[in-house]
Design a protein around this ligand. Structure first.
Ligand SMILES: Cc1cc2nc3c(=O)[nH]c(=O)nc-3n(C[C@H](O)[C@H](O)[C@H](O)COP(=O)(O)O)c2cc1C
Length: 194
C-alpha cells in the first residue's frame, strides 16, 4: 500500500485538504499534519472544531485505520525522519507562510520539516499554494521550488468539464492535485472521455 503525508495549513481552502485526505484513504496510508494556523480556518470553512484534540477529533471525522495524525510541533513523529519511507507529500492548501518556510528550508514545524525531508530524499512533493493575488515574493518562492522538482499546483478551478456545483469544482481541483502524484481517482470526467 502507498503511504503519503498530507499537510493542511492555514490558507483558505481547507475543504480541499479534507477532500484530498478522504480520497487518499480509499487506497493509501495517510500521515496527516494540520498546522495550528489551519485550525481556525477549518472551523470557519468546514464547520469542524478540532481545537480541543485534533488526534481524536480528526480520527473520528475520517474514521479510518489507515490514518495517522501527528501534531505540528512533534519533531519526534516518524515522518520527521528521512529513514521513514513515504511515497510523497501533499501540502493542501499551502499558506504563503508555509510556502516561504519550505522554499527556505526553515523547518520550523513538523510540516516544514517533512517537506524539507521529502525534498532532500528526492521524493515527490506537491503543494497547492493559495493566495490572491500573489506577490513577487510568493512567486519567487514558488519558482524556487518548481526549479527543484516540486509540483506547484494552486487550487484553480477548470470550467471545461462543465461543473454544476461547488462539490464538482472541489473534486476537479483535488483530482488535478492527485494527478500530480499519479494517484488514481475518479473525481472528475477527463477531457476526451465519454
Ligand atoms: C479565514 C482565514 C483565511 C486565510 N487565508 C489565507 C490564504 O488564503 N493564504 C495565506 O497564505 N494565508 C491565509 N491566512 C493566514 C494564515 O492562516 C496565517 O498566515 C498562518 O500563520 C499560516 O500558518 P501556517 O502556514 O503554519 O498554517 C488565512 C487566515 C484566516 C484566519
Amino acid at each position: 500500500m502507498k503511504r503519503y503525508v498530507a499537510a493542511i495549513t492555514g490558507a483558505s481552502g481547507s475543504v480541499l485538504g479534507l477532500r484530498l485526505v478522504q480520497e487518499l484513504l480509499s487506497t493509501s496510508e495517510v500521515h496527516l499534519v494540520v498546522s495550528t494556523g489551519a485550525l481556525p480556518v477549518i472551523r470557519e470553512e468546514a464547520g469542524l472544531d478540532w481545537t480541543a484534540d485534533i488526534t481524536v477529533q480528526a480520527k473520528k471525522y475520517f474514521d479510518s485505520d489507515r490514518l495517522h495524525i501527528h501534531q505540528d510541533d512533534n519533531f519526534h513523529a516518524p515522518v520527521a525522519s528521512g529513514s521513514f519511507i513515504t511515497d510523497g507529500m501533499f501540502v493542501v492548501p499551502c499558506s504563503m507562510k508555509t510556502l516561504s518556510g519550505i522554499a527556505n528550508g526553515y523547518a520550523n514545524n513538523l510540516i516544514e520539516r517533512v517537506a524539507d525531508v521529502t525534498i532532500k530524499e528526492n521524493r515527490k512533493l506537491v503543494i497547492a499554494p493559495r493566495e490572491m493575488p500573489f506577490s513577487a515574493i510568493h512567486l519567487e518562492n514558488m519558482l524556487k521550488l518548481a526549479r527543484i522538482g516540486v509540483t506547484v499546483a494552486p487550487p484553480v478551478p477548470g470550467f471545461y468539464h462543465g461543473p454544476e456545483s461547488l462539490d464538482e469544482m472541489i473534486n476537479f481541483m483535488v483530482g488535478k492535485i492527485l494527478d500530480a502524484m499519479s494517484v488514481p481517482h475518479k473525481l472528475f470526467k477527463r477531457w476526451g472521455e465519454s
